[in-house]
Design a binder for this molecule. Sequence first.
Ligand code: GUN
Ligand code: FE
Length: 467
Amino acid sequence: MAAAQKIKRTVYVGPFVHSQSLQKLDICPTGAIGVDENGKIAFVERDVKDVGDVIPVTQKYGWQNSQIVRIKDNGFLFPGFIDTHIHASQYPNTGIFGKSTLLDWLNDYTFPLESSLSDLSKARRVYNRVVARTLSHGTTTAAYYATIHVPATNLLADICLARGQRAFVGRVCMNAMSPEYYRDESVEAAMRSTRECIEHVRGIDPGFEIVSPIITPRFAPSCTTECLREQGKLHRETGIPCQTHISENKKEIELVKELFPESKSYADVYDSAGLLTEKTILAHAVHLTEEEKALVKEREAKISHCPASNTALTSGCARVRQLIDQGITVGLGTDVSGGFSPSMLEMVRQAVWVSRHVAMTDGDQAKLSMEEALYLATRGGAKVVGLHQKVGGFDVGTDWDAQMISLGSVAEDGSASDEIHGDPVDVWGWEEWEDRVAKWVYNGDDRNTAAVWVKGRLVHQRPGFQP
Ligand code: GUN
Ligand code: FE
């Protein structure tokens, strides 16, 4: 079990790349990062040019007996990705959505699959796979939705802990609208189940070091007003974060108006229930009004931008530049399986693409740069899930949640250095460092993710790769 693995003091020697600010990537080609036995970054050195420079660094910190890991093959270290919105239970449906839009997609594709995870052996296969797969794509933290089922949701938490992925695990609360075969029977039953899952996580990870519970009312139409209020009350009383969906699709917004005629807006439905706070993650937020954006900003609620899902379900193009300019904290989410890919690198690309489509109508200022999208996938996501003091970049005192990217090289005869894995990025040796990062962002995939660590622990390595 990954959780029992002992961590050796390690110095990671080689190039590292992380976000300094929204606009600026810090690229250090000659780095050395010391990670202690608790999985925390103890030092960051920037001028370790050759082999001879490593020993003086270890001496400087009294780390002579530490393990040395060298970055090979035109590789670099990058912070682990933070997926701020993913439905673990929908993983088997990735890529399956046809021509549906949100409300028919929920009924035709999603509720039947989710309800079938009452079968624990099926849930075990699905949850083991989604955690392994997202880790292999460099996702070190995920904010998961499970299903309404208590045992299966608890199993997801167990699997995250065993595999070492930092995770927020939410039992989905829904006592309205969905078919009778997949619905909480009453507000009391929903609250009991929600509490049971919270207590389970407290039992397996008392300090919420790796796995945390998260209160998860699915979205306003899935809950009665009373149910939303009870979830809001629990959120306030326990300080446990919450996550839900908002303003994803126009028909959904109309439905919310019909179901909650007393509310001023969709955002107000959550606000009146005590569910719009600085610990709230709102997925999508494609069609928020100016008034709603002001309310979200005032409450310091966070937004998970899900570009792949918004395109797949034809929900719309979120105006991310406007959200950021208004001072709202934004991260990226795969929204599997509204989104078709579990890869956060793909979401970085999709965020850039969607912003370019927005720019075609709104003007160039709407474009997100590669640097900005990488920030959203790391430091932005860390703020969204409330872990910015812990993860998202390579800062002394924060946890070693990182991925090693390998890009390989091209030989004289045109063969790539890593033919076994068919490295998807050809690196010739003459590119600038910025170009290599761009090649990874636009051409890379999980074959480039050689190794992944969470809190200093190796949680994934590409087959055949030895760090
Ligand atoms: N709104 C309510 N439930 C869901 C869901 O499972 N996925 C998405 N994308 N939107 C939702
Ligand atoms: Fe979603």
